[in-house]
Design a protein around this ligand. Sequence first.
Ligand code: PLP
Length: 430
Amino acid sequence: MQISESKRLFAHAQNFIPGGVNSPVRAFRAVGGEPLFIKKAEGPYLIDEDGNQFIELINSWGPMILGHNHPMIKDAVVKAMEEGTSFGAPTAKEVEIAELIVSMVPSVEKVRMVNSGTEATMSAIRVARGYTGRDKFIKMEGHYHGHGDSFLISAGSGAITMGNPDSPGVTQGTAKDTLLAPYNDLDAIEILVSANKGEIAALILEPVPGNMGLCLPKPGYLQGLRDICTREGIVLIFDEVMTGFRLAKGGAQELFGVTPDMTTLGKIIGGGMPVGAYGGKKEIMEFVSPAGPVYQAGTLSGNPIAMAAGLAMLKHLNEHPEEYARLNHIGELISDGIIAINKELGFDFTVNRLGSMYSLFFTSQEVNDFASAKLSDTALFGKYFQAMLKRGVYLAPSQFESLFLSTALSDEIIQKILDAHRESIKEIMN
Ligand code: PLP
């Protein structure tokens, strides 16, 4: 594969952009090699600056659920652009999208638009603290909530130890209010709660985590969290930046029938434009400025172009529930195919899937938390990534990510993905 233009751009970029990229995982450091610079994308394909075409299994890390450059989203954006790109004042579209989100997501009675998932989670925690008058919050090991200081806390040594900053620049003062728990372990939460009685404002988690590779909640786990939070007056926050509008139109909370107090959203909600949102119960959201005392603002929040893209996307998903059946079918064909090929080749690897999200872990162990996800052979994953890329399939460049499927994947393309998988596994096991 010829990638000379990507190589040239990457070398040049490093003179002006830290590490040559605007978000670290794009640099391919976890899989080796150099990143491809993408020129355009259409339907199920990405096309790089050298003209190579790849089947897309990340879809901009989730948003492009209908495939790239969908005519409906494009038309909505072009039409909105004719009326101006930003006003910094209220618009009818913001009201329309808020009403739609409230009708789609079970926990959301009021919603505030922001510009990224990071802003959504940072704001939700601030509101939960303002609402409860408490400082601490619980986060799960291996879950990602964007790059706000208080979320960049690595796994601590014991259930009730305070977290340690994961990145220089995050102070101990900030880290001490983040309590860490292993996912899928209700006993660990009970221990944390009793050791910090009356001090915990919120418990935030990805209900179906995708940021340590995809893991599924054990039966009863999410309801167990709901019960503890209700009993203790803790605000339960589902971070559905990935799962929102993807696992079901009402996200993981609809699928599992567990309603949090607050929800954070991103990705699909902007149809590919930079958008996030947080919402929840009226009585909590009434704490947000200017209705209440918790300050949160944004010059470009509710941007009319972003709202037009998001509205087109959400209206479509709301009106076409059959899209979710199709996404599930595509996910099933791919994961069943991968499992069958692995079996045929004699490799016992773990595949976790829910709907249109899946991860292949290079371990035969069951993976349902951060500790088990880390058993995966990441060096082998790097080889698999490169082998798939060479065969025209673009995966997330890290083991600890979920893949995101789109409705643009036809049966013929799915067969190509499976053929590439067979050849790649054969190559890397030799
Ligand atoms: N929360 C979750 C669950 C995410 O997966 C991400 C990003 O991948 C974020 C928050 C942060 O979103 P953003 O990258 O838009 O800031």
